[in-house]
Design a protein around this ligand. Structure first.
Ligand code: BG6
Ligand code: MG
Length: 217
């Protein structure tokens, strides 16, 4: 059966959490909220709007829609300045090798990300050519753990969910893949990602034999 492979972006292909952290910390700091790395962990895979709401909850702050929109713009403007410095060196270890294997064996490949900055990031790190389809935060209305983003990617790749394999670093993303009936592969800490069908600390741990079994499953 024909397979399809869907990759999350942030934390799977590139390590952008550090930039999201700095940008959110500036907003939180301005509001007198102590925003730590631990808090940032909980924002992985979470949409921009929802992330702000969680930060405001942290500080017990009720804000108007107008204020919130202004902070969302500020946060992204700041994030864009970090993005401007990104290049191929930001690609996480082993990612290109796996993408190249899938390309060489003619597997359909899509991106399935919550980020509205996905396309410019893929362009900046020069791997956009690997992707047959890109589904990102501009295309979906329901954020992960809702399976919308992955179901949309599978549909665009003309592949049934049960033949679709998802690489994800967030709990919400693994849940989304599982709910969609797809094969979920966690990239990161096995304890955190225990709901995934397979977990690897990073792509260097995924060997060709494992990729072969996925393709031929
Ligand atoms: C997810 C990240 O992929 O995208 C989150 O893990 C981020 O940290 C979300 O908030 C939305 O990204 P962006 O680029 O649209 O603000
Ligand atoms: Mg992610």
């Amino acid at each position: 059966n024909k397979k399809a492979f869907v990759f999350d972006l942030d934390g799977v292909i590139v390590d952008t959490a550090k930039y999201h952290f700095l940008a959110w910390q500036k907003i939180a700091g301005g509001l007198g909220i102590d925003f730590t790395h631990e808090h940032n962990e909980q924002l992985k895979g979470v949409s921009r709007v929802r992330s702000l709401d969680l930060i405001l909850e942290l500080g017990n702050i009720k804000a108007s829609e107008e204020d919130k929109n202004q902070w969302l713009v500020q946060k992204n403007d700041d994030y864009l300045t970090y993005m401007a410095t990104m290049d191929e060196s930001e690609i996480l270890p082993g990612v290109v090798r796996v993408l190249q294997y899938l390309k060489d064996t003619n597997q359909p490949i899509a991106l399935g990300s919550a980020s509205k900055n996905a396309r410019p990031i893929l362009e900046k790190v020069k791997i956009i050519h690997f992707f047959d389809e890109i589904v990102d935060g501009n295309d979906v209305t329901n954020a992960k753990p809702d399976p919308e983003v992955f179901l949309c990617a599978a549909r665009l790749l003309h592949t049934a969910p049960e033949n679709t394999i998802v690489f994800e670093d967030s709990v919400a993303g693994i849940q989304a893949a599982n709910t969609a009936g797809m094969t979920s592969i966690g990239i990161g800490d096995a304890k955190v990602l225990h709901e995934a069908q397979y977990v690897f600390t990073d792509f260097t741990q995924i060997d060709t034999k494992f990729l072969e079994t996925l393709v031929n499953k």
